[in-house]
Ligand binder design. Sequence first.
Ligand SMILES: [Zn+2]
Length: 123
Amino acid sequence: MDRAEFQAVLSSRRGRLKTALTDQSVVAGLGNLLADEILWRARLRPDRLARDLTEADLRRLHSRMRSTLRSAVPAGCVPPRDSWLTGHRDDLDPRCPRCGTRLRRSRMAGRGTVWCPRCQPDG
Ligand SMILES: [Zn+2]
Protein backbone atom coordinates (compact mmCIF):
# COMPACT_ATOMS: atom_id res chain seq x y z
CA MET A 1 0.00 0.00 0.00
CA ASP A 2 1.54 3.33 -0.96
CA ARG A 3 1.68 6.27 1.37
CA ALA A 4 -1.08 8.36 -0.19
CA GLU A 5 -3.51 5.45 -0.08
CA PHE A 6 -2.52 4.57 3.50
CA GLN A 7 -3.01 8.18 4.65
CA ALA A 8 -6.37 8.50 2.92
CA VAL A 9 -7.71 5.27 4.41
CA LEU A 10 -6.52 5.93 7.96
CA SER A 11 -7.63 9.54 8.15
CA SER A 12 -11.13 8.58 7.00
CA ARG A 13 -11.47 6.16 9.94
CA ARG A 14 -13.51 6.78 13.04
CA GLY A 15 -12.16 5.36 16.26
CA ARG A 16 -8.80 4.61 17.74
CA LEU A 17 -5.56 4.39 15.84
CA LYS A 18 -4.76 0.83 16.93
CA THR A 19 -8.23 -0.38 16.00
CA ALA A 20 -7.92 1.23 12.58
CA LEU A 21 -4.46 -0.21 12.04
CA THR A 22 -5.50 -3.80 12.85
CA ASP A 23 -8.66 -3.56 10.76
CA GLN A 24 -8.02 -6.06 7.97
CA SER A 25 -9.66 -3.78 5.43
CA VAL A 26 -7.03 -1.12 6.15
CA VAL A 27 -3.84 -3.18 6.27
CA ALA A 28 -4.34 -6.86 5.44
CA GLY A 29 -2.50 -9.21 7.75
CA LEU A 30 -1.31 -6.71 10.31
CA GLY A 31 -1.54 -8.56 13.61
CA ASN A 32 -1.88 -7.36 17.16
CA LEU A 33 1.81 -7.54 18.14
CA LEU A 34 3.00 -5.87 14.96
CA ALA A 35 0.52 -3.03 15.39
CA ASP A 36 1.82 -2.30 18.91
CA GLU A 37 5.40 -2.50 17.65
CA ILE A 38 4.77 -0.09 14.77
CA LEU A 39 2.94 2.43 16.97
CA TRP A 40 5.75 2.35 19.52
CA ARG A 41 8.34 2.97 16.79
CA ALA A 42 6.26 5.79 15.34
CA ARG A 43 5.83 7.24 18.88
CA LEU A 44 2.05 7.35 18.56
CA ARG A 45 -0.36 6.36 21.31
CA PRO A 46 -2.63 3.47 20.29
CA ASP A 47 -5.73 5.16 21.71
CA ARG A 48 -5.40 8.36 19.70
CA LEU A 49 -8.17 9.03 17.24
CA ALA A 50 -7.08 7.98 13.78
CA ARG A 51 -8.56 11.03 12.11
CA ASP A 52 -6.64 13.42 14.43
CA LEU A 53 -3.25 12.41 13.07
CA THR A 54 -1.28 15.13 11.33
CA GLU A 55 0.33 14.74 7.95
CA ALA A 56 3.72 14.31 9.70
CA ASP A 57 2.28 11.62 12.04
CA LEU A 58 0.89 9.69 9.08
CA ARG A 59 4.12 9.93 7.17
CA ARG A 60 6.11 8.65 10.16
CA LEU A 61 3.62 5.86 10.81
CA HIS A 62 3.77 4.68 7.21
CA SER A 63 7.54 4.67 7.18
CA ARG A 64 7.80 2.76 10.51
CA MET A 65 5.22 0.28 9.29
CA ARG A 66 7.30 -0.46 6.21
CA SER A 67 10.57 -0.87 8.10
CA THR A 68 8.96 -3.03 10.81
CA LEU A 69 7.31 -5.28 8.24
CA ARG A 70 10.60 -5.61 6.37
CA SER A 71 12.25 -6.97 9.54
CA ALA A 72 9.33 -9.10 10.72
CA VAL A 73 8.21 -10.76 7.53
CA PRO A 74 11.44 -12.66 6.72
CA ALA A 75 11.40 -14.01 10.30
CA GLY A 76 7.81 -15.20 9.75
CA CYS A 77 6.71 -13.54 12.97
CA VAL A 78 7.55 -10.63 15.22
CA PRO A 79 11.07 -11.45 16.40
CA PRO A 80 11.25 -11.35 20.23
CA ARG A 81 14.36 -9.19 20.10
CA ASP A 82 15.54 -7.26 23.08
CA SER A 83 15.41 -3.96 21.20
CA TRP A 84 11.79 -4.51 20.18
CA LEU A 85 8.77 -3.63 22.28
CA THR A 86 7.43 -7.10 21.47
CA GLY A 87 10.45 -8.66 23.21
CA HIS A 88 9.29 -7.17 26.53
CA ARG A 89 5.51 -7.27 26.53
CA ASP A 90 5.35 -10.53 28.48
CA ASP A 91 8.02 -9.59 31.02
CA LEU A 92 7.08 -9.64 34.69
CA ASP A 93 7.96 -5.95 34.99
CA PRO A 94 7.82 -4.78 31.37
CA ARG A 95 10.01 -1.79 30.57
CA CYS A 96 10.41 0.24 27.41
CA PRO A 97 13.57 -0.90 25.59
CA ARG A 98 14.16 2.69 24.47
CA CYS A 99 13.77 4.68 27.70
CA GLY A 100 13.24 2.21 30.56
CA THR A 101 9.80 3.54 31.52
CA ARG A 102 7.33 0.94 32.73
CA LEU A 103 5.03 -0.08 29.89
CA ARG A 104 1.29 0.42 30.09
CA ARG A 105 -1.26 -2.21 29.17
CA SER A 106 -4.88 -2.03 28.22
CA ARG A 107 -7.35 -3.73 25.97
CA MET A 108 -8.34 -2.23 22.68
CA ALA A 109 -10.71 -3.82 20.21
CA GLY A 110 -10.61 -6.89 22.47
CA ARG A 111 -6.84 -7.34 22.21
CA GLY A 112 -4.07 -6.74 24.71
CA THR A 113 -2.31 -3.48 23.90
CA VAL A 114 1.06 -2.35 25.21
CA TRP A 115 2.65 1.08 24.92
CA CYS A 116 5.21 3.37 26.55
CA PRO A 117 3.65 6.45 28.22
CA ARG A 118 6.88 8.41 27.75
CA CYS A 119 7.71 7.57 24.13
CA GLN A 120 4.06 7.67 23.10
CA PRO A 121 2.63 10.71 24.90
CA ASP A 122 -0.95 11.84 24.67
CA GLY A 123 -1.78 13.83 21.55
ZN1 LIG B 1 9.82 4.60 26.19
